[in-house]
Design a binder for this molecule. Sequence first.
Ligand code: DGJ
Length: 732
Amino acid sequence: MPKPYFRHLFIGFLLIKGLISLDVQAQSSQIPIETKSKALVLEYDSTKTLRMLYYGEKLSNIKEYSTISKGYKQMTDYSGLSNAAYTPSGSKNLLEPAISVIHADGNRSLDLRYVKHEVKSIDPNSNQLDITLKDPVYDIYVVLHYKSFLSEDMIEQWTTIQNKEKKSISLEKFASANLTLKSNAYWLRQYHGDWAREMQVEEAPLTHGIKVLDSKLGTRANLFQPPSFMVSLGEKASEDEGTVLMASLAYSGNFKIDLEVDYLNNLRIIAGINNYASTVTLQSNQDFITPKLIYTLSTEGKGKASRNLHDWARKYKLLDGNGERLTLLNNWEATYFDFNEQKLKGLLQDTKKLGVDLFLLDDGWFGNKYPRNSDHSSLGDWEPNRQKLPNGITTLVEEATKQDVKFGIWVEPEMVSPKSELYEKHPDWVVKQPQREEHYFRNQLVLDLANPKVQDFVFQVLDDLFTKNPALAYIKWDCNAVIYNAHSAFLKDQGAFYISYVQGLYNVLERIRAKYPKVPMMLCSGGGGRVDYAALQYFTEFWPSDNTDPLERVFMQYEYSYFFPAISTSNHVTDWGKQPLKYRTDVAMMGKLGFDIVVSHLNDKDLLFCQNAVKTYDSFKDIVWHGQQYRLADPRVGDYASIMYVDDQKSEAVIFNYLVNNRYGAGSTDPVRLQGLDPQKRYQVQEINLYPEISSTLENSQIYSGDYLMKIGVNPDLNNKRTSVLLKISAQ
Ligand code: DGJ
């Protein structure tokens, strides 16, 4: 056997050469899933019960995984299922199940035993392991899928449930993944929020019993809680030290994540679609495929876990993750609903003047019988409003082309206003209870995407826009309402509603991407109400929050950055907050830069600053979008935040530093230690993005070794006069 480091490549080589069979009947009872430095090991015994044995550092000798369980002297596992790889219910199980079934004959028991496994090499960096389990009594199969990404130490896990019984069965629980971790303590870092308060963090030890993270909102599912979390094992992990599992469920609807510290002190994590008001009916010979739980384990702290996720996301998940993004001027906060063609033409000129790539026309451009002049009407009537835009969108797109800027547009195609022609024509397309009063969220209702005709309609809205305006270069896809009164006039089985809705949404997005594979689209949901890796396969970026107060954003973007790479984060400079324009711009630069301000109201210096900022951003955006991220100073711990991005060659870096405390004397008293540089290289540290006529207090000509910068560091000199400082590090 070759050295362990190259083992996966070797196995991949053998698979490709056909030297070993794809359908490997297990030689031993361990099934290790190895990535570059980690291993998740499954094991089955003579009873063919499949269990999760280990998740941690990869061992040099693959045979030694079989010894691991001997080191544990825990109390009795009465059922032998406490660490089952996928816990069935109703047979021997005593803890929270991953799956609950009602068979065709009404029986509610399930037992799952190992049948076979096979490994497929997807490409030199990824393998897929499929393990088939079967109930010895009933014809139910469960296939556990583990797709491993070697150099990123990432795993995507999901499950296929197959009904081979003669009649239909019901699934009452149908998790994506069931993990068991062993440690003496577990620290959960979780998030909660509301509109404009997304990604509020809490970190606390998990105690015995079940902690549930979930959503029941249907659409805009993240509004109160996102499906992203992390768990430190043993000590609370820091940025650079400690063992931490970072995970996110790739699903855009109701989710449920059970974190159970059981009586044996193991942590059982069962994650998947929420079974709240949802039963899956599986016809004979029908399969149910769950969404994916995405996770990575780092033994070098949270920073490494994030970098794994970022690398994986850019390479495999986020649409055009390694590509480019457009800077833009958005008119939402500049005009709200109050605009017309002339005003927009002026904004197109401002877009050019500012130097950004694109103008994004927001809400308010549509509706004729009911013009969209407020958020009380018109959603669903996607015809340009003839009073505001007598020549339609086409003229504006043409005008943009003349001005040498691109044009993008806002839509909210899943929604309908009660006051709309669409509602009048198709009341049966609306999610509502037939005999109950309607409840509105932002004065609107949700369209029933479980209905294929509604899916066609939503696809058509986008397709028409592109067909009529081939130069349309960008879409902002909004979603401002949650689902009340969950009921579909189309579905016979209301238990299928929530899941069918999300499937309907994905069907539409699939069709859009099949026809328009490249057009950048922003995933927006009244702020950050929908941010997950299933949706991000179709979107190039997301809108983290309507709250663009830069002080709030420092904290929010910091938390989002654990799970999502900067290239996916749309940040706009707006008039929110009390910080100076430079601070607002510096914060928005830490991701994908946009503006939502009235350019014509800027004084000469502010305008010059913004114009220069766009050029400065263009000079380093590649590092932020494609480089490695290091969080150097946590705004929750000290007076400031410091976040660094380094290019792959370790020759250029940008460091964003923001003061978050205005108490007397607050500032950067000590140097900030940098990371990710080459100790052998020599670097110049230069302050960039200065406001006109303001000089840096730093000595820009000084050259430091990478060794010095990573061991001693550099002080950005943050204080109440210099609240935001951007540093560029360049190898000499
Ligand atoms: C909510 C979004 O988050 C905003 O950016 C804006 O597009 C409004 N909707 C428009 O109604």
